[in-house]
Design a protein around this ligand. Sequence first.
Ligand SMILES: Cc1ncc(C[n+]2csc(CCOP(=O)(O)OP(=O)(O)O)c2C)c(N)n1
Ligand SMILES: [Mg+2]
Length: 340
Amino acid sequence: MPGSDLQERGERSDEQVSGAKVIAQALKEQDVRYLFGVVGIPVTEIAVAAQELGLRYIGMRNEQAVDICAEELGNNVKPAVTLLGDINAVTKQLLEQLTKPLWQYPPESKWWKTLREKMKSNEALSQELASKKSLPMNYYTVFYHVQEQLPQDCFVVSEGANTMDIGRTVLQNYLPRHRLDAGTFGTMGVGLGFAIAAALVAKDRNPGQRVICVEGDSAFGFSGMEVETICRYNLPIVILVVNNNGIYQGFDADTWKEMLEFQDATVRAPPMCLLPNSHYEQVMTAFGGKGYFVQTPEELQKSLKQALADTTKPCLINILIEPQSTRKAQDFHWLTRSNM
Ligand SMILES: Cc1ncc(C[n+]2csc(CCOP(=O)(O)OP(=O)(O)O)c2C)c(N)n1
Ligand SMILES: [Mg+2]
């Protein structure tokens, strides 16, 4: 009967909910608490529906995808071990194994002995480089002074080439899951996103806890505009830009000027060079955060002390270092050679 058909359809439409609400509800039931993204037409609806259900939405300036597809495993570099599965199930299985009595490699073995000796000699070499008094500073001097003031419970986020690699050997983190960096793929651009995610967790769970985001000057360029996001949500992040005027290495301002006296930069400038002495701290002040431009160990110590004491706003310390500064000599060429 046409009448009852209409009535039935009417009743059904009363029950209709939007796809966005279904997604938001599903996320809530999975205990998801934060959504990160850049809104477009469908995502706006999902973000609004999620907020209505009490989830928190962080509007970013850039986004990346995550893939759990089996075909992707080993797509780039052949891994030694792969884990394929639902992250919740895999984590649970790993935790179950970890709570069983652990097998330990015998501490007096040759392997441990060699490792301990190597650690000791590496530390001595780093110390020697860190104690150099010459200006501009080198990487080790910078990280030595940062390490001195690093709060024990902070998150350390990092990306860059020398900046990240040397930073990993000097900057300590004392708590598990408190170091986030560009990892073995070394994909630039992840640093500020990682810092924002870590800062949201810190702000909610441990007020007062800080995120120290150590960026190479090139790495910072990949998602530097996220500083606006950091200021918009007033996140507890201290960004350190280790500025060597380039990618791996750069030139000082005088060399740069001389080089471009007779030829255009597109013809003459080496591809790894960036503009010398750029004031990256002004990206932070542009959005209301605090910015410092530092050139000496004393300025670095003072600005970091102030930044850590001032919990009212985010901060960026732009640290000028020797543009030709590099890492200590490596035993194996594959540590510095690119595979691409
Ligand atoms: C998405 C992406 N593009 C390009 C690269 C190539 N790359 C490797 S490290 C790096 C930046 C290194 O310079 P910087 O961050 O200033 O650190 P530095 O070594 O100078 O301390 C770049 C661009 C990359 N890893 N990822
Ligand atoms: Mg650099």
